[in-house]
Structure formats: C-alpha cells, structure tokens
Write a protein that binds this ligand. Structure first.
Ligand code: ADP
Ligand code: MG
Ligand code: MG
Length: 254
C-alpha cells in the first residue's frame, strides 16, 4: 500500500515585499485507500499545500520532506510525480489550445501508465466514465479548458481521476462553484474511485457540504499554515456548527 508522508513542510512564496512563509510545518500521512479532508479558513494555506505537492514553481519548499513510499517527491519533476502515482487535480488548470479532451486524456494516461492504452478499450472506458459523470459525449471533442464552465472543469478533473487511477489524489476545492446536482455527481465519481480501495485522497475544502456525500476517514483543521487539529468525521460536524473562529483567534493555532 502506497503511503504519502508530509513531514514538517515549510513553504514560502515570492511576494513583492520578498519571500513570505505560508506553510509552517505541515505533518500528514495519507495511505492508499484512506480519505482525508483538510478544512480551514480562507487564506490558511490549503491551496499552497496542494500547489507545493504539485511542484508549482511559485512555491519554494524551505524545509521538510514529502515522501511517497520513501521516495523524495520534492526531487521529482511534475511529470515524474504523476508517473509515481500522485494526482493533482489542478495540475493542468490552464487552457490547452488545440488539444481535445480525448487526446489530452490519452496522452496523460500514456504518461502515467508508461504505454499507450489500446485505442478501442480506451474509447469505451472514456465513454463509460463520462456517462457516469453525466457528461455529454461531445465534450470529449472540445479543447481542454477552453470555455469550460466551473462545473465542466470539475467534472473534467474527476474524469481524469477516474481514468488515471492514481495512488494519491489531491483535490483542491472540488466542491466550489458546483450546484447541488453537480456536487452529487462529482462526489459519486470520487466515491467510485474510493470504493476501489486503491486511492488515497486528500480532499481540500473550505465548506463541509461535500462531506455530506463523501464521508472522510480523517478530518484535519488547517489554520495558519499547518494542521492544528485532527480527528474523525465528527470533527467536520463540529466545524459545521462552530466554524473556524476558535482556530483563527489563537487557541489551538498558537
Ligand atoms: P487557502 O487555499 O487556504 O485559501 P492559499 O494557500 O490560497 O489559502 O493562500 C494562503 C496565503 O498565501 C494567503 O495569504 C495568500 O494571499 C498567500 N499566497 C498564496 N499564493 C501566493 C502567491 N503566489 N503570491 C503571494 N501570496 C500568495
Ligand atoms: Mg517546523
Ligand atoms: Mg484555496
């Protein structure tokens, strides 16, 4: 079983006034088959954690480690991370002009699997997965992210997740901007992946509403650039009722 270990991770961004530390010692272990929710107030550094794991060039790791089965993830290129089985939903958030969804997915699958999937089974697999996400088959011929609505972007993310079958998936704000129906459909996709027992998921979110559809095994409260409390699903209920105030105004974050 694959294990992602984040150890005392410190990350800075280059702000206009100079480097600014955003992550201040994040410790977290995610195993294949587990679902972890990371919840916290706006600006607490949740996306910075996701971008740092993705290898985004704007974020500088100043100390700490990220290991996948003992292998140094931070030393890997973005492509190497994907091949090692780390999936980051916002890895390709930009428009990719002239590349259809269908070709993009096949290229990604080829990179991850090390060989091109057989065309006939692949087309079938894509079609079935899209149907499960209630996506119009014509979507496969559109250019990647060109004019995608918020909901289409999120479905495209989950389509990638289901097709690429990573060991560890990091989903940043998958629930943002979705209406109730889209949220349910996207959640069902995540739950299908989860049901395989082969993917460890880090579900980063500000709101508790996605957790009505996806029951996390672990909930972590993120504040001030690190995890300040961890617990089971009951912690999400507490956050739903009490918000993040207690964490932001000192207390556990001190
Ligand atoms: P969250 O996802 O929890 O809302 P973020 O990780 O997006 O938080 O941001 C955490 C803090 O880091 C914020 O104060 C934000 O302004 C700052 N930050 C993030 N990325 C950058 C950047 N590229 N340049 C400057 N500041 C940044
Ligand atoms: Mg530290
Ligand atoms: Mg964010």
């Amino acid at each position: 079983m694959a294990t992602l270990e984040i150890r005392d991770l410190h990350v800075s961004v280059e702000a206009e006034s100079g480097p600014r530390e955003i992550l201040r010692g994040v410790d977290l272990t995610v195993k294949q088959g587990e679902t972890h929710a990371i919840m916290g107030p706006n600006g607490s550094g949740k996306s910075t954690l996701a971008y740092s794991l993705a290898g985004h060039p704007k974020y500088t790791v100043t100390s700490g480690q990220v290991l996948l089965d003992g292998e140094d993830v931070l030393a890997m290129s973005v492509d190497e991370r994907a091949r090692a089985g780390v999936f980051l939903a916002m890895q390709y958030p930009v428009e990719v002009p002239g590349v259809s969804v269908s070709n993009f997915l096949r290229t990604a699958a080829t990179a991850v699997r090390g060989e091109a999937p057989k065309l006939r089974t692949w087309v079938k697999e894509v079609k079935e997965t899209m149907a499960g996400l209630q996506m119009d088959p014509a979507f496969a011929e559109r250019n990647v992210n060109e004019g995608f609505s918020g909901g289409e972007k999120k479905r495209h993310e989950i389509l990638q997740l289901e097709l690429l079958k990573p060991k560890i998936a990091i989903l940043d704000e998958t629930d943002s901007g979705l209406d109730v129906d889209a949220l349910r459909i996207v959640s069902e996709g995540i739950n299908r992946v989860r049901a395989t027992g082969e993917v460890g998921t880090l579900l980063v979110t500000h709101y508790t509403r996605i957790l009505r559809y996806i029951q996390p095994d672990f909930v972590h409260v993120f504040a001030g650039g690190r995890i300040v409390e961890s617990g089971g699903p009951e912690l999400a209920d507490k956050l739903e009722n009490e918000g993040y105030e207690a964490y932001v105004k000192g207390g556990a974050s001190a």
